[in-house]
Design a protein around this ligand. Structure first.
Ligand SMILES: [Zn+2]
Length: 275
């Protein structure tokens, strides 16, 4: 944290070049950026690190390296927008591994069920923090998976209220997006994706257990055909966040299966990762 501490006392904070190069190497999906874009990304990171508090939780020691890696992935979605979109964010909290979130849901009979669910990340609405598990943030086994981009996409979605999969469109950037067209396209793609996930789930054995190697292999084989992590079927807001991860990290399958979603995300983020 030596360098981060210095950062706040300097007028013009700068990420040391070796640290920045190391960060670029560890995030191969940034390779597509040209030199000018990388430079702008670095400036955005420095701005984000200066504006927001990064905190380690549950004994996690937050190093400069971790802070820069998170900042770079948080800045990528707003590279051609504005960092002001994260104004409504208290800070970034990093746990060493999955943390537990209390959940509650009312069923059809009006009974409220409460339980605890382990989470890899959480974006707290109404000015709250982005909370991340560092173990999950480094996960590279699942193609297209990126918990940092996922949670910051939720933050963009929440800029005017609860996340619903339709972030606010800004006059300065999003004139080409027709909100009704966005809602229609995302709703159709979401429903299609839910149907696909349901159909795949029906092919799993009734006593499916992901701790059994055979079952896990079958799951990977079936769900590996999907362009997005099946978690996207959970809610329209999750569909937007998971599609945003894929858009930046593994865009090809998304563009093939849901070209209209890819096109709209390219208009929204004002980036075209497949260009
Ligand atoms: Zn989510």
């Amino acid at each position: 944290m030596q360098w981060l501490r210095q950062l706040f006392t300097r007028d013009k904070p700068q990420i040391p070049e070796p640290l920045w190069q190391d960060c670029l190497e560890r995030l191969p999906f940034l390779d597509r950026l040209d030199a000018g874009e990388r430079q702008r990304l670095k400036l955005l990171c420095e701005d984000l690190l200066a504006r927001k508090t990064f905190t380690g939780a549950a004994g996690f020691e937050l190093t400069d390296e971790v802070a820069v890696l998170i900042a770079a992935q948080a800045a990528l979605p707003v590279l051609n927008l504005t960092l002001d979109l994260y104004d409504d964010m208290a800070g970034i909290i990093v746990y060493p591994s999955a943390f537990v979130i209390p959940q509650s849901e009312m069923d059809e009979a009006g009974v409220v069920h409460e339980w605890h669910e382990p989470a890899s990340g959480e974006a707290v609405h109404a000015g709250g923090a982005v909370v991340l598990s560092w173990e999950d943030a480094q996960e590279s086994n699942a193609p297209g998976y990126n918990v940092v981009i996922h949670e910051f996409a939720h933050k963009l979605d929440m800029a005017r209220g609860a996340a619903n999969g339709c972030p606010p469109f800004l006059a300065a950037f999003h004139r080409e997006i027709v909100p009704a067209g966005w809602r229609q396209a995302f709703s159709a793609a979401y429903q299609d994706f839910v149907r696909r996930v349901d159909a795949l789930e029906a092919r799993l054995p009734e006593d499916y257990d992901d701790d059994r190697p055979d079952d896990a292999a079958l799951y990977d084989e079936l769900f590996g055909e999907l362009p997005l992590d099946p978690y996207a079927a959970r809610h329209p807001a999750e569909f937007f966040a998971v599609a945003s991860e894929a858009f930046f990290v593994l865009p090809q399958p998304l563009a093939e299966d849901y070209p209209e979603i890819y096109r709209l995300l390219a208009l929204y983020y004002r980036q075209d990762p497949l260009r």
